[in-house]
Write a protein that binds this ligand. Structure first.
Ligand code: DC
Length: 223
């Protein structure tokens, strides 16, 4: 009997485009390891702020990166990044992190420090017997896993995204973050060539998930 395939699903998109909710749902439905790479950039940013490193001071950023030891903790179906043995908590959603994360994420050395780590999570998913990996971010289908089995790009009108973020109670200038994330030189936010682009403005989460689930179910067998 042929063994079940191991799949990699890449979901990219701007802030509040629906990536997190849909990737969590797919992770549950198909038993995929869920990886929120935005939380990695946020955790690195929180650590930089804790060490009082300024994103304009490249030497200080590099020296802080050299001292950071990364590891992974799998909680249920979710992979969390440990920095020095510690998983960051709610502070990664703070106003300070929201305001600085795009600046740190634009630094090529920061992205390089996370590249192999993120790719290595496919191995973690295999070891832990998941049927695959669903990774969300800005450059997953373009840079981290350009050969992913499935690549989706979610987008929504700015007003709708601002409404979603406000309803979560957070203070976040998502338009400004998207501007910075889309205009940076290294791995900018953009729909990768060949990815399936989904407009989530006027559809429910269930409809977005269904659109993505159909090809996954065809590959894995309906769960
Ligand atoms: O998904 P999020 O809004 O929590 O991501 C926070 C920031 O991290 C986002 O503004 C840009 C950066 N990021 C990135 O540059 N690349 C990724 N793959 C994921 C996030």
């Amino acid at each position: 009997m042929p063994s079940t395939p191991f799949i990699i699903v890449a979901i990219d998109g701007g802030a509040a485009s629906g990536k997190s909710s849909s990737s969590r749902t797919l992770s549950e439905r198909f038993n995929l390891l869920h990886v929120d790479t935005g939380s990695f950039y946020r955790a690195i940013t929180a650590e930089m702020l804790r060490q009082r490193v300024n994103s304009h001071d490249l030497a200080a950023v590099k020296s802080a990166l050299a001292g950071i030891k990364l590891a992974t903790r799998v909680n249920g179906r979710s992979a969390a990044m440990e920095i020095g043995g510690h998983v960051a908590g709610d502070e990664i959603r703070s106003r300070a992190v929201n305001d600085h994360v795009s600046h740190f994420a634009a630094i090529p050395e920061v992205r390089t420090a996370l590249l192999a780590y993120q790719r290595g999570l496919a191995g973690v998913a295999r070891e832990k017997n998941f049927r695959g990996l669903v990774m969300e971010g800005r450059d997953i289908g373009s840079v981290i896993f350009p050969d992913a089995d499935f690549r989706f790009f979610l987008h929504a009108d700015p007003a709708e995204r601002a409404r979603r973020r406000a309803s979560e109670g957070g203070q976040d200038s998502i338009a400004e973050r998207d501007r910075l994330d889309s205009s940076r030189k290294t791995s900018p936010l953009a729909c990768p060539l060949g990815a399936v682009s989904i407009d989530t403005t006027h559809v429910t989460l269930a409809q977005v998930v269904e659109k993505m689930a159909v090809p996954l179910a065809a590959r894995l067998g309906t769960p």
